[in-house]
Design a protein around this ligand. Structure first.
Ligand code: XMP
Length: 517
């Protein structure tokens, strides 16, 4: 496999660099992110098909603000500047960047000039774009045509077609900019002259090559949780190094109906992965007996998981050859863990699959640059079971935090039945992909009076908590059709003994969290 010439996305410290790289991939063009501290000679040594300068938090005039080395523009490589990158580019080429006091943040109308250049040609003359700037370019460098302006940015976009260079003050990579992807694509295809040939299969090839290089002949371990991230990460690693990989699946008994089987049978059948299953159901239930406090439950589950996984890992590693641990870290996890300072601890999120502290492994994280939907596409490409690829996010501590009250086998069985019904009806209505996740919660410590048959019942309520979300940081309750809710309610009260009432949670996040515990 030969790696194609990359489009380099130069990261000036924006949260958006990965998003730009992802948009470039969506345009079927290979891209790599490089830090702005990389010397231009080193960037050019990568033989880039184009360079995109990302946004960044600094003012170009601030002391120590990252600058663009004018040498970048003499090599004949097409360059696209975005936001900070646009200003840094303008400055390096002799244009003027000024502090006019006209800040623009958020959705802003953009006026394209009548010819609009290549990027804006034939797009609506009045476009909503996403801005985030204090300084602005007041004069374009020689050779550039100004193609758009906004109230706060007299030069909001410019192009120098002969030099194959362009720039925009706004963020074409974010969804709030209308036609943003179109503009980026036009830069790549029409200004830089790049052919769209990069596909998800290329991502697989590239990762496989990287993993082989990293791992060599050593052995690798991976904890499967049943979720899509660890499943795809392991499948990629398996494709790269085959039986050098051993997966461990700790069955803590807190998964939903059919999920343990999915890992043990369907996943293994689809991938041929070597899997060690540890049946730790009794151990977890024992440790959880009588515990009602949610944080206590999480601590116990986190602690037990580490103990069990550690023991399994030591067995697998008994001959000493295991040096690597696979983790299904995604790009949003990287951003969150880097930027999460100063936030209150709402819930301690133990990701089952975490690293035992004293087992020293090097990490293999083949999904670190990808977003969830890209990971799903990879999973399908790798032939993983659809149900696994499209599984909704599910908390590591599983059903234990969806039983309000103490956890026992009987309550788990009740909740599994109710949850399965909700999932079946959501699927039957064709709504799986409209909902972010759909917790079903058993209020095990609450009873209410009902009438079933000719008699009085005194059973437990079940809560339906379907939510819509982009990233689980905020969420809204999903407006599921009433007939779907009615069907779920009827089936649960008919089919699950002990449950005589179904309620719908209509709380957004905030103030509610997605899970009840
Ligand atoms: P909350 O309930 O905080 O959940 O709104 C946000 C997202 O995180 C999931 N979640 C967890 N995931 N361990 C996990 O791995 C946990 O302890 C945990 N608690 C909540 C939740 O399902 C939602 O997707």
């Amino acid at each position: 496999m030969s790696t194609p010439r990359p489009v380099l996305v130069v990261d000036f410290g924006a949260q958006y660099a990965q998003l730009i790289a992802r948009r470039v991939r969506e345009a079927k063009v290979y891209s790599e992110i490089v830090p702005h501290t990389m010397p231009v000679a080193e960037m050019l040594a990568k033989n880039p098909a184009a360079i995109i300068l990302s946004g960044g938090p600094a003012s170009v005039y601030a002391p120590g603000a990252p600058q663009v080395d004018a040498g970048m523009f003499t090599a004949g490589v097409p360059v696209f500047g975005i936001c900070y990158g646009f200003q840094a580019m303008a400055r390096a080429l002799g244009g003027t960047v000024a502090h006019t006091g006209n800040r623009e943040y958020g959705g802003t109308p953009l006026q394209a000039r009548p010819d609009g250049g290549v990027l804006l040609k034939d797009l609506p003359a009045d476009l909503p774009v996403w801005m985030s700037h204090g300084d602005c370019v007041t004069e374009a460098p020689a050779g550039f045509t100004v193609t758009a302006e906004s109230a706060g940015a007299p030069v909001a976009a410019f192009e120098d077609l002969a030099g194959r260079r362009a720039g925009v003050q706004f963020h074409p990579e974010v969804g709030h900019t209308a036609h943003g992807q179109e503009m980026l694509t036009r830069f790549l295809y029409e200004i830089a002259g790049i052919e769209p040939t990069w596909t998800p299969e290329n991502i697989i090839d590239e990762q496989v090559a990287r993993i082989r290089e990293q791992v060599g002949e050593k052995e690798v371990l991976c904890a499967l949780s049943g979720g899509v991230d660890s499943a795809v990460a392991a499948a990629l690693v398996h494709k790269a190094v085959g039986d050098q990989l051993t997966c461990v699946f700790v069955d803590h008994g807190l998964l939903r109906a059919g999920e343990a089987e999915q890992v043990e049978k369907d996943y293994v059948a689809a991938t041929g992965i070597k899997l060690k299953v540890v049946d730790a159901r009794e151990r977890f239930l024992g440790a959880l007996a009588g515990v009602t406090d949610p944080e206590q439950k999480r601590k116990i589950i986190g602690r037990e998981f580490i103990r069990v996984f550690e023991a399994a890992a030591r067995e697998v590693a008994a001959h000493g050859g295991v040096e690597f641990l696979v983790q299904g870290t995604l790009y949003p996890d990287v951003v969150e863990s880097g930027g999460g300072t100063g936030t209150a601890n709402i819930k301690s999120h133990h990701n089952v699959g975490g690293l035992p502290e004293d087992l020293k492994f090097a990490l293999v994280e083949p999904l670190r640059a990808l977003f969830k939907d890209e990971v799903r596409a990879l999973g399908l490409q790798l032939g993983l079971p659809e149900a696994m690829v499209w599984r909704h996010p599910f908390p590591g501590p599983g059903l234990a935090i969806r039983i309000i009250g103490a956890v026992d086998e009987e309550r788990l069985a009740l909740l599994r039945k109710a949850d399965l019904i909700a999932r079946q009806e959501l699927t039957a209505a064709g709504l799986d992909r409209d909902v972010w996740q759909f917790p079903v919660v058993l209020l095990a410590d609450v009873r209410s009076v009902g009438v079933q048959g000719d008699g009085r019942s005194y059973g437990h309520p079940v809560v339906l908590r379907p939510v819509s979300s982009e990233d689980a940081m905020t969420a809204d309750w999903s407006r599921l059709p009433y007939d779907v809710i009615a069907k779920i309610s009827t089936r649960i009260t008919n089919e699950v003994a002990e449950v005589n009432r179904v309620v719908l949670d209509v709380t957004s996040k905030p103030p509610g969290t997605i899970e009840w515990e």
